[in-house]
Design a binder for this molecule. Structure first.
Ligand code: FUB
Length: 444
C-alpha cells in the first residue's frame, strides 16, 4: 500500500498538478506549513518530506530542503519552486536531510526566512539560520553563520505592532523566546523559557496577535494522547501566558505542526497529516478555517477534506473533497498519469455537496467521468439536492469504469456569486451505479 502511494506522488510530480483542497498539494510531500499573507497574497512556507534514498534509514524523516507556494485564484496552490537546499547551507552539514520546520516574516519591507539545520561544527542538534530578500518569493541572501546563542528546532517569528521582533523556538519539555535585534539576524537578549505551559513534549511554537491578545500556540503531546495543537493566551509577546486547551485533537500517530493566519477576513489553521502516503514521515500540508468564540478563545478545529478556498472559473472543483456525501463513496485511482480520489458507487439519488464555489461568469461546466453503462444522468444543483438546476450531464459509456473522459454541459441560466454546489446522481432505470466522477470545472 505504502509503495503505491509513493509511486503516486512521484508520478504526480511529473504530471505537475496541484490540488486545491485537502491536502493542499499532491505532487510532492510537504510538512510544517507556515502561512503568511504578504502584499495581500497567501504564501505557504513548508518543509518537504522525501522518500529516503538508498542507504538511509527508511523510518526517519528525510528532509532535503524547502519549497514555497502561493495561492492563485480562489483555490489553486502554485509551486514557486525551491527556496534552499540542504547542501547550500553555508554552515550546515552536507546531506544531513535535516531541514525541519521553517518560517518567513516581513519587517520594514524585507523578508526574512528562518530555518533549522544540522551544524557542521557539531555544536548542537540543530541551529537556526536566516536569509533575507526584497521579495516574499526570494531569492534569499543566506547568512554565512547560524544565529549565535540559539540552538533548537522550529523557529517561529513574530513582529509586533511596535515593530519589535521575536524568535520562538525549541522542542522538548521547554520552549523559548528571544527578542531579535533590528537587523533580524541576532538575538537582542538571552532566550527565556516560555513559562506556565503544560508538561509534556512540545515543539512548533507559533505566536499570533488578535484584538490585542497574544496567542502562543504549539504542538504538544499528552502522556495518553499523541500530538495535539495547543495554545495559551497572554498580554505580551513574552508572556506570561495562560494555557487554554487544544486547537486540534490528535489526528494521527505522527507529528502535527501548524501556523495560524488571517486571509481575506477569515482565520485559517495550517497543519499537516499523512493521509496520502499512509506513512507518518511522508506528510501533506492541509488547511481548515479556525473560529474564535465571543471571549476570544478558539473553537477546536476538526480536520476536513474540503479545506479552504473558493474555486472559480478554470479551477478544479475536487468534489471528492466534499462537505457532505450521501449514498455514494470515494475511492483512489491510478490510470497512466492521472491519479487521485474520485466519487464512485453512485447509487440512484445519491449526492455529494461541495461548499463555496464562485460561479461568476461561468457559462459551461466540465466533468471528468468514467462510465461502464449508458443510462441516467447527473445534475449540478445550487446549494442543496433540491436547489436550482445549474446543468445536467446525461451519462454515456466511456469505455469502462476506468476509462476517463472530460465532458461539458451548458449553464443555461448563469449563476452569480459564491454558492454551494451539489452533484445529484439520477438513474432512469434501477441501475446500482451511474458514473464515476473525478472533478468539475467551470469555464467561460
Ligand atoms: O518536520 C520535522 C519536525 O517534525 C518538525 O520540526 C516538528 O515540528 C515536527 O513536525
Amino acid at each position: 500500500m505504502k509503495t503505491r502511494f509513493i509511486l503516486f506522488i512521484l508520478a504526480a510530480a511529473s504530471a505537475g498538478f496541484v490540488r486545491a483542497q485537502n491536502p493542499l498539494v499532491t505532487h510532492m510531500y510537504t510538512a510544517d506549513p507556515t502561512a503568511r499573507v504578504f502584499n495581500g497574497k497567501l504564501y505557504v512556507y513548508p518543509s518537504s518530506d522525501q522518500v529516503p534514498p538508498e542507504g538511509r534509514k527508511a523510518n526517519d524523516f528525510c528532509m532535503p530542503g524547502y519549497r514555497m507556494f502561493v495561492l492563485e485564484g480562489g483555490a489553486t496552490w502554485k509551486d514557486l519552486g525551491p527556496v534552499l537546499d540542504q547542501n547550500e547551507v553555508p554552515w550546515g552539514k552536507k546531506d544531513s536531510f535535516a531541514m525541519w520546520a521553517p518560517d518567513c516574516i516581513e519587517k520594514d519591507g524585507k523578508y526574512y526566512y528562518y530555518y533549522p539545520a544540522a551544524p557542521l561544527d557539531g555544536s548542537a542538534f540543530r541551529r537556526i539560520g536566516v536569509g533575507v530578500s526584497d521579495k516574499p518569493e526570494g531569492p534569499f541572501n543566506w547568512e554565512t553563520n547560524y544565529i549565535d546563542g540559539v540552538s533548537g528546532i522550529d523557529p517561529g517569528l513574530f513582529v509586533d505592532d511596535d515593530n519589535k521582533a521575536y524568535l520562538y523556538f525549541g522542542g522538548g519539555q521547554e520552549l523559548f523566546v528571544a527578542p531579535l535585534k533590528e537587523n533580524m539576524k541576532e538575538i537582542a537578549a538571552e532566550p527565556v523559557k516560555v513559562e506556565h505551559l503544560p508538561a509534556g513534549y512540545k515543539e512548533g511554537s507559533f505566536l499570533f496577535k488578535r484584538d490585542g491578545k497574544y496567542y502562543f500556540t504549539f504542538a504538544h503531546t499528552f502522556p495518553d494522547e499523541g500530538y495535539t495543537i495547543g495554545y495559551a493566551m497572554g498580554d505580551s509577546p513574552l508572556g506570561p501566558f495562560v494555557y487554554q486547551g487544544k486547537i486540534m485533537d490528535n489526528i494521527s500517530s505522527g507529528t502535527n505542526h501548524h501556523s495560524v493566519e488571517k486571509y481575506q477576513d477569515k482565520w485559517i489553521l495550517f497543519y499537516h497529516w499523512w493521509d496520502i502516503s499512509g506513512f507518518n514521515k511522508l506528510r501533506s500540508m492541509r488547511a481548515d478555517y479556525l473560529e474564535f468564540k465571543q471571549d476570544g478563545t478558539i473553537r477546536k478545529v476538526i480536520p476536513t477534506l474540503r479545506g479552504i478556498g473558493t474555486p472559480g472559473i478554470g479551477e478544479l472543483i475536487q468534489v471528492d473533497r466534499y462537505n457532505e456525501i450521501n449514498g455514494c463513496r470515494i475511492a483512489f485511482f491510478e490510470n497512466g498519469n492521472e491519479r487521485g480520489w474520485y466519487i464512485c458507487e453512485t447509487e440512484p439519488n445519491s449526492y455529494v455537496r461541495f461548499d463555496r464555489v464562485n460561479f461568476t461568469g461561468a457559462k459551461k461546466i466540465q466533468a471528468r467521468i468514467a462510465c461502464g453503462q449508458t443510462f441516467g444522468k447527473f445534475e449540478i444543483r445550487q446549494n442543496n439536492q433540491w436547489g436550482k438546476l445549474i446543468a445536467e450531464f446525461p451519462v454515456h459509456y466511456t469505455g469502462g469504469w476506468n476509462s476517463w473522459e472530460t465532458v461539458e454541459a451548458k449553464i443555461d441560466e448563469p449563476v452569480d456569486g459564491v454558492h454551494n454546489l451539489v452533484v445529484l446522481f439520477k438513474p432512469d432505470w434501477g441501475g446500482r451505479k451511474l458514473v464515476n466522477l473525478d472533478w468539475l470545472k467551470l469555464t467561460k
